[in-house]
Design a protein around this ligand. Structure first.
Ligand code: SF4
Length: 349
């Protein structure tokens, strides 16, 4: 305490948080280490506003480590369905099982043990420990990287080890020994609501007096990211097969890759011939085939163009091991990717 970082950075930030910070987030109500862990994992790649309803639903369904550990894969994936980056849900589920088996159902309270759990990296472990007031540990998520790199004019490319090291060093220096839980919440809030990537509200920022990026007029040049290459685009057919009982055929995806572990329609590369595929798969039981409207689903590294093909058949289909037929109501209880959800909604509407 009393360091220049505290006087210029943490102190005004804490003061600001008391007046303007978020205190009514659902994971701040009757807080627990479990709630902090779940919310931090959800917030890793998703904004607060999107996370809130998912968090509430998830906590109602899995109120503690034990209920999460004993849930089925499908149950967990269905609660996550629509939130994206599904490896987060698989890792949460795996970690809950490890906590049950190796830690007597108690989420570990040391950095060394937390970091060994699937899905928990250095920043998430820091957030769990600091926000739960177990011990002061720095965090460095996307919001914190932006605030620190602007305030201190850290100019190197964010992806390099050298820049990461500099930012971790600053994150540790700024962390106060007292009120480190509030400070951690404060820096995340400031990055999410004031020091945002496209519309920084410097005139309302408690750090503006000493902010180096503001002084040099380089706010929007920081943090420095190497320009992303144009996203590649992949294109597939979704084969939406309805059998005589009006049920739809879904296929459970492998754990690895996009939408890992979720139920989706069988897919076909657009270089394949649909008629040939139908001949092979449904043969004479084909009743009708219709081309649906193309949709594009963006992933972080590529765009997926989905071309729905609606097929009706008049005999039950021969299913593969990873395939099952479901009513649309049953599908609403499963973990399915967003585009599958919207196609089913279209079928119902
Ligand atoms: S003054 Fe502007 S750039 Fe600097 S920390 Fe505040 S909002 Fe971000």
């Amino acid at each position: 305490m009393g360091s220049k970082h505290h006087i210029k950075f943490s102190r005004p930030l804490l003061k600001w948080w008391h007046a303007h910070g978020r205190k009514d987030l659902p994971w701040q109500q009757e807080p627990s280490v479990y709630k902090t862990w779940i919310s931090e994992i959800m917030l890793q790649q998703t904004q607060v506003i999107t996370v809130i309803p998912y968090f509430t639903k998830f906590i109602n369904r899995f109120p503690d480590v034990d209920s999460l550990a004993t849930a089925s894969d499908d149950d967990v994936m269905s609660m996550w369905s629509g939130l994206g980056f599904y490896s987060r849900a698989r890792n949460l589920h795996k970690a809950a099982k490890i906590i049950t088996e190796n830690h007597n159902k108690q989420i570990p309270n040391t950095y060394e043990a937390l970091i060994t759990l699937p899905g928990i990296g250095r920043s998430t472990a820091g957030a769990i420990l600091s926000l739960s007031r177990i011990e002061p540990k720095a965090i460095l998520d996307g919001n914190v990287k932006r605030v620190l790199s602007r305030f201190y004019s850290v100019q190197g490319d964010l992806k390099t080890a050298e820049t990461q090291k500099k930012l971790w060093h600053l994150a540790e220096k700024c962390l106060p020994v007292k009120d480190y839980d509030l400070y951690t919440q404060a820096i995340m809030d400031l990055g999410a609501t004031v020091c945002t990537s496209k519309k920084a509200m410097c005139s309302m920022c408690p750090l503006s007096k000493d902010c180096s990026a503001l002084e040099k007029d380089i706010v929007y040049l920081l943090p420095n990211k190497i320009l992303r290459k144009k996203k590649r685009r992949e294109s597939i057919y979704f084969m939406i097969i309805k059998d005589p009982s009006e049920k739809l055929l879904l296929q459970k995806r492998q754990d690895k890759g996009i939408w890992g572990g979720l139920w989706s329609f069988p897919e076909l590369d657009t270089s394949e011939n649909i008629e040939d595929w139908c001949d092979r798969k449904v043969g004479k039981s084909l009743k009708s085939l219709e081309y649906g409207k193309k949709m594009v689903h963006g992933f972080s590294h590529f765009d997926l163009e989905i071309n729905p093909i609606f097929i009706k058949i008049n005999k039950p289909i021969k299913k593969q091991k990873n395939q099952k037929i479901f009513t649309s109501h049953e599908i609403s209880q499963l973990g399915v990717p967003k585009p599958v959800k919207s196609i089913i909604k279209g079928l119902e509407g």
